[in-house]
Design a protein around this ligand. Structure first.
Ligand code: ZN
Length: 463
């Protein structure tokens, strides 16, 4: 498995070997999340949900079906999603009078209920979130975890008294996502303010978290949308203000894709041997390998390994003793492929001296220490830092400042380019022949196409 030569082949092979997902399910774009993969997704989900709850969100779980008339209430929204909606048209032998869609996202049913739940300004801000699967009939090439017809995410929805409150809430959500994406998963990103044509359908503003995959293309892992009063108007979502008048609420919606976050962890941190996992999400954080040369040592070494396991487990770590019949070399290889952050080897000499040998997955660094000196917590901190720093260095190296269209062509698919753009859609189209414009939030620069005054934009080939 050579990651540099064939990222896609490496990725598919690893998903299967490491038991992350099985993409052989006989519905295109839908897959089975397996033990190793789902366990990591659940950890991300828990970490995120805890932060959202602390921020004052209520967890909710809405039905997966949305009636056609509700989904269609906000016209730009339905226009944007129309082509991607799965419809339920029959139940048993009967054709349904009211078609039902599988939720592509849940703004519409949530606002339908917000309207019943929100009465006055004292109910605001009103914040809910749900972790669920959503359904989109993707016609582009599907890729496991990256682009599917069913995917797992957490979606947050909030209603506010005014635009200022929406904006300050969006900043808080960005901080929460920063902690999920960068602190927990060690994934570097840039937050981009999407151009008008690439906003969420119905949104006044879309901020996206983009990372760079090792093949130089960017992957959007989360978004935060300012929906203004667009949805409130369509749904009649009002509240009584302090003067007793009815006003339209301002709303926001936001969500990270757990699948895309997992795909980023796999592709950005992994190497030719396999996964490299940040300790906090690793399903197994430490694997203990007993090394038995002589049958007469077996019992002693195994019980030493069990003691170590118990001690670590008591300290809250996820640890496993691999006492299978495989040779030690095969065990090393297997657990390295699975990305377990730390390996502890115990042999006859270690047992006699009260030592252990620890090996880091991220650097391969190996050292013998006294069992008493083992400080797993601080080793995990070091590993997390080093994984993050390595990813951030490559991320910074992935930016290029570009002066003309030929250079854009040259750098397309090689990270993120900074170019000038005047704001004219024709010039954007010329740029987008090679790369997609990711953001419009830069400082002043001359347009790379027509030479007029403009702003610096970020652009890249995207997934
Ligand atoms: Zn121009």
């Amino acid at each position: 498995m050579i990651k540099e030569e064939d990222l896609s082949g490496w990725y598919h092979e690893l998903l299967e070997k490491a038991d992350v997902v099985d993409s052989r399910y006989p519905v295109k774009g839908m897959l089975i999340y397996k033990g190793w993969g789902l366990s990591m997704i659940k950890r991300m989900q828990q970490y995120l949900e805890d932060m959202l709850d602390l921020n004052g969100h209520q967890p909710v779980l809405f039905p997966v079906l949305i009636p056609e008339d509700i989904l269609g209430k906000e016209t730009k929204h339905i226009a944007g999603f129309e082509e991607e909606v799965f419809w339920v048209t029959h139940a048993g032998g009967n054709e349904l009078e009211r078609k039902l869609s599988l939720r592509p996202t849940s703004e519409t049913p949530i606002y339908e209920m917000f309207k019943l739940w929100i009465r006055s300004h004292s109910d605001l801000p009103f914040k809910v979130h749900q972790s669920c699967a959503v359904y989109r009939y993707e016609t582009k090439h599907t890729r496991p975890l990256i682009r599917g017809r069913e995917f797992l995410w957490n979606e947050g929805h909030s209603a506010h008294v005014d635009d200022d409150d929406v904006k300050s809430h969006m900043e808080k959500i960005k901080e929460i996502y920063l902690r999920l994406v960068n602190e927990l998963l060690c994934i570097p990103f840039v937050v981009n303010n999407r151009p008008e044509w690439d906003r969420f359908p119905g949104a006044a503003e879309t901020c996206a978290f983009d990372t760079i995959m090792p093949d130089g293309r960017t992957l959007q892992v989360a978004t935060v949308h300012n929906l203004g009063q667009n949805f409130s108007r369509a749904f009649g979502l009002t509240f009584e203000n302090e003067e007793g008048e009815h006003e339209l609420a301002y709303t926001a919606s936001y969500g990270p894709s757990f699948g895309r976050l997992l795909a980023s962890v796999i592709c950005i941190h992994g190497d030719d041997v396999g996964l490299i996992l940040p300790p906090k999400i690793a399903p197994v954080q430490v694997v203990v390998i007993p090394i038995v040369f002589k049958e007469s040592h077996r019992e002693g070494i195994l019980s030493y390994a069990r003691d170590i396991e118990k001690k670590m487990r008591d300290n809250g770590f996820r640890v496993k003793v691999d006492d299978s019949d495989e040779r030690p070399g095969a065990k090393y290889f297997y657990w390295e492929m699975k990305g377990v952050p730390l390996r502890v080897e115990v042999g006859p000499r270690d047992l006699k001296q009260g030592n252990i040998t620890v090996v880091r997955r991220d650097t391969g660094e190996k050292k013998q220490i006294a069992l008493d000196e083992l400080d797993v917590e601080s080793m995990f901190e070091e590993i997390t830092l080093s994984i993050r720093e390595r990813a951030e260095k490559r991320f910074r190296d992935g930016f290029h400042t570009i002066g003309n269209l030929d250079e854009i062509k040259e750098h397309a698919g090689n990270g993120i380019v900074r170019v000038g753009w005047c704001g004219n859609k024709d010039c954007a189209n010329s740029i987008e022949e090679y790369v997609d414009i990711l953001s419009v939030n830069g400082g002043k620069r001359l347009c790379v196409v027509c030479g007029s005054e403009g702003v610096e934009v970020l652009a890249a080939k995207t997934y």
